[in-house]
Ligand binder design. Structure first.
Ligand SMILES: [Zn+2]
Length: 275
């Protein structure tokens, strides 16, 4: 049993502000500690459930948010920037299960703490086959390519709700309730860890029965940006078509290619100022 764990941070219990999630920011030490606790709880649960190998792919911002020495000793740690497959780098067909830990809601969600979809300075909305999606469903394209089920997701209620249409059998561990984009009611960090550990254990035990993500192919991504210039720039990539002043679409039968087109758009549009 091999588990691939993609860790974000905004979905951790207790986190409610950008200052807690950006390296160098005033409260980052707290954010890092909360994240490490939840990632390690997920690994503990995975090992109890029968996992022999866990790869942690640090998927937030500059992607070196964890102190390597504080990470569970049975996991390996994939960290650092410019990874070809970004939040899903390291996943391949040798894995049996995907965990998404400390994930968060999409930029357009009604109540979602620190909501964004990859880049809040560029992306206004993403739809997958017509449904507004967050990072979970986008990242699930990579899991689908490798036919690996997403068995665990942790975060707020919105994170769980956004994952379910595409991962109906996912074990969703809710550790906080978002009130606004900058306010949430969280369980105590110790309680969050207990819940995640139990969820991870149960998820690994039934992983063999969980299907790969339910994303109909060929699939269409529709991306709306903050400005028209960003949409124009996205069409420089082959296969991306303008669907409106600020909107583009791309359709494909190959989920990995779609994901790579999306992450290329994210990288490209970073070069355009948002204001
Ligand atoms: Zn994120």
């Amino acid at each position: 049993m091999r588990v691939f764990l993609s860790s974000d941070i905004e979905g951790c219990a207790g986190i409610c502000d950008w200052d807690q999630v950006r390296i160098g920011a005033s409260e980052f030490a707290l954010g890092r500690e909360l994240l490490a606790g939840e990632v390690n709880a997920a690994i503990d649960g995975a090992v109890e459930g029968g996992a022999e190998h866990v790869l942690v792919n640090d998927a937030h911002s500059t992607m070196h948010n964890l102190h390597p020495g504080e990470l569970h000793h049975s996991a390996s740690y994939l960290s650092g920037a410019h990874k070809p497959l970004y939040m899903m780098e390291g996943l391949d067909g040798s894995y049996d299960a995907v965990f998404m830990v400390a994930y968060h809601g999409s930029i357009g969600a009604d109540r979602a703490i620190l909501s964004h979809t990859y880049n809040p300075r560029a992306i206004w909305e993403v739809r997958l086959n017509g449904e507004p999606v967050g990072e979970s469903a986008l990242n699930a394209l990579v899991a689908l390519h490798h036919a690996v089920p997403v068995v665990l997701i942790t975060g707020d209620e919105t994170t769980a709700a956004e994952a379910r249409p595409f991962m109906p059998d996912v074990e969703a561990v809710v550790v906080k309730r978002s009130i606004t984009r900058f306010a949430a009611e969280s369980v105590h960090p110790d309680r969050a860890r207990e819940l995640i550990r139990a969820g991870a254990r149960a998820a690994v035990r039934r992983a063999a029965a969980v299907p790969a993500p339910a994303i109909e192919l060929p699939a269409t991504l529709q991306i709306t940006f903050l400005t028209a210039d960003m949409a124009e720039m996205a069409t420089w990539i082959r296969g991306v078509e303008r669907a409106g002043a600020r909107t583009v679409t791309v359709t494909g039968a190959e989920p990995l290619a779609l994901y790579r087109t999306f992450t290329t758009i994210v990288a490209l549009t970073r070069s355009i100022p948002s204001g």
